[in-house]
Design a protein around this ligand. Sequence first.
Ligand code: GDP
Ligand code: MN
Length: 383
Amino acid sequence: MKLHEYQSKAVLAQAGVPVPKGSVADNAEDARRIAEQLGGRVVVKAQVLMGGRGKAGGVKLFDDAESAGNFTRELIGKRLVSVQNPQGMVVERVLVAEQVDIAEEYYLSVLLDRDVQKLVVMISAKGGMDIEEVAATDPEAIARLHVDPAWGLCDYQIREALRQASIPPHARSQMVTMIKRLVRAYVDADADLVEVNPCAWTTDGRLVAADAKVSIDDNALFRHPDLAGTAEDSADDPIEAEAAKRGIAYVRLKGDIGIIGNGAGLVMCSIDEVAAAGGRPANFLDVGGGAKADRVKACVELVMMDPGIKGLLINIFGGITRCDEVARGILEALQQLDLKVPVVARIEGTAADEGRKLLEGSPLVSATTMREAAQKIVALAYG
Ligand code: GDP
Ligand code: MN
């Protein structure tokens, strides 16, 4: 789950990383008041979960509280569009923070390197810009430092990496400390990403996290109830947000064939079969073990929120999940949602015969194997 910048900065501050003072506001008057308390010289930053806010017009510096308030009025309710996020996101809140007098901008991040099964710290002197671009045009400018899970990081290793990354000597001592604290923040918060871009070297010689992006491992959210409350409004996609609210494992994909199954493996397999048959899967959805009719109906409803859906494939292998329960859910969904698209169901396993009997006479098409189901839905949806 991605955290907003202001939440990310709170996580970093807890680990002792220096961040500029600031507060969030959802209206111009609050923003003006915060700016006044900070002395007027502030930066107003749109709190939307996308990169490139600066270029999209969502970050602006001010010398007085009045202008900061006016800009907030302009920004709230506006849709920001960036290269990374062409559909854009509507601004609901801004962060009003004390302005940092930036002399140099660096890049720091901590993430998991799955290939070597260790955390990796990425360091670059080319901060402030899009790191993907740096990686593409000048990969040498990014130094990578792996963190030993038992020993952690030693100062000399960090210093070596800073030299490699061409971080100027004057910033190195503070950066050694900051890197150790970023790694601690990553571990303590059960993060799957910690990124500081820019990591700013100020005109008065301090290293400060001027921007922060933290993402928390969804599977560890139960250990962070203070952050978990924001899960719903932090999803990028409105259907994914609704799924989070209903507790349904759903991931939106780019295609137009809706997919529902039970068990993550079976769902991914169904996605592969649909793709192999020439279809474009619209989503991943796992109804979960032991799903009852209500839940199946809620899942169908969720998938159909995507306006581009041309067909729906339901692939259930009953174990704990009873196929007759699934069938009841499908029937209720068909009746109440007035589906206009073809539906193919392959149900097998516990109480499959009862389930199939229930579905007889419905407009739904049945199939015996997963492959046959995938081919049928592709033919019907695009036919
Ligand atoms: P992003 O574009 O979404 O990554 O937003 P950032 O918070 O990184 O802001 C974009 C750019 O605005 C940064 O790279 C800085 O150059 C500039 N910026 C942000 N905050 C400040 C600040 O406090 N002072 C100064 N001088 N520039 C800032
Ligand atoms: Mn940034």
